[in-house]
Ligand binder design. Sequence first.
Ligand code: ATP
Length: 503
Amino acid sequence: MQEELSILIQAQYPLIYLVTSEEERAERAIAAIAQTKANQRRVFLWTVTHGIIEYGQSRQITQHNTVSPEAAIQWVIQQKEPGIYIFKDLHPFIDAPATTRWLRDAIASFKDAQKAIILMSPVQIVPIELEKEVVVLDFLLPDMAELNQVLSQQLEQTKSRRTSTETREKLLRAALGLTKDEAEKVYRKAHVKVGRLTEAEVEIVLSEKKQLIRRNGILEYIEEDETIDSIGGLDELKRWLRQRSNAFTERAREYGLPQPKGMLILGVPGCGKSLIAKTTSRLWGLPLLRLDMGRVYDGSMVGRSEANLRNALKTAESISPAILFIDELDKSFAGSSGSADSDGGTSSRIFGSFLTWMQEKTSPVFVMATANRVERLPGEFLRKGRFDEIFFVDLPTPEERQQIFNIHLSKRRREIGRFDLEQLATVSDGFSGAEIEQAIIAAMYEAFAQDREFTQLDIIASIKSTLPLSRTMTEQVTALRDWARQRARPAAASVAEYQRMEF
Ligand code: ATP
């Protein structure tokens, strides 16, 4: 990123928008670029509180009052020497007609002048008049090398003993996704708590990171104790996932395999879609981040929703290899097609940004998305090549239902031999995995209230008193099935099996 910025400055791009919340780190990077031979220039900073000051100085540069954005831009235009002018948080003012106009005037006046304005802000707001003139860059979070510097400094300051390369690498990896300030704080806290660089420190750094990620409210770190074996049936899908267990390793790259991009799991509600996503994280040994699309939308300020999405995706990338889990994709992007949205086009723009990111991402972030309603899903998601695979999770077959009963009874420490699984599978025709689990729980409550152990008959009674979703939503389920039969890969082992099923 720093290299890209340096090239833009050298190539005399007049207006650069740098999206970051790490002002100090970004300023330092720009100052370093300005000292290189190719870019010898002075650096100035503007803020609405202090007007223009020279980088490294504390007083306003001129007698003129440059606090107002227009006055500051005019001052920049008047300068004859080469310079880099960083405007911090200009975004609340950028929409004002005079500010936009002065910026355009500045750009026009910069021809061959070796001057560049850098707009630095945590949100990206570009008025339409400037869209063609500005280059937008994301200032990336610190990589392993930069974190290594932070850690070395911390070790020096605390006079810590040398540590093994593995522990050090784990500590660095654990802090990926944090800003430099956050990483410093987290390392310091881990040191205060533990005092030595050990696995215990790594744990602290990781749990601090989880909290910080949680605080931004859009991404959530999910931990799952269940393994993929706690899912009954879906053998084809499980085989596909197991086959890719080592897909994110160096060895896979050397072998010439492409990095998996993502998968879409379509299916009837309650059939284990979310459970698959969660257990895949354990199977692959990768962190699972849930992207809460509902929280991405923020109408408080133009551009805020887009900034939320960019930040969340940036964090996911910096933690990669990782799995990005988007539950109910159909709900997240409902209403994104068509330009006359009720939200002024925000959902269309968010949808567009997300698709572009999926298309262009090079970092190993595997997208696992689930959806119940295919007709609400924008067609672009279903196009070939967008996901590596689209799986359809249908209602369980009789054999799968037996497995699901087996799993949930064993989970509750019951002797399987006491139950006739075949009979249970027969009477629960049309039930989803979630409904089977609920039937067992209801039977347990019934028996518990009567102070006795539950039996086969209790489960059958609770099944009989339940109307499964497949009966209450027959049309919806049939429509999904019909669609998926042609276009998605069945998650169950036997295609013929689910095609035979009717209800
Ligand atoms: P929704 O679309 O309603 O979010 P879903 O398809 O994502 O549903 P899950 O939330 O994964 O379904 O399933 C709910 C619970 O039902 C699971 O946590 C699990 O306990 C149980 N369950 C569902 N399917 C299975 C299965 N195939 N094997 C074992 N348990 C299952």
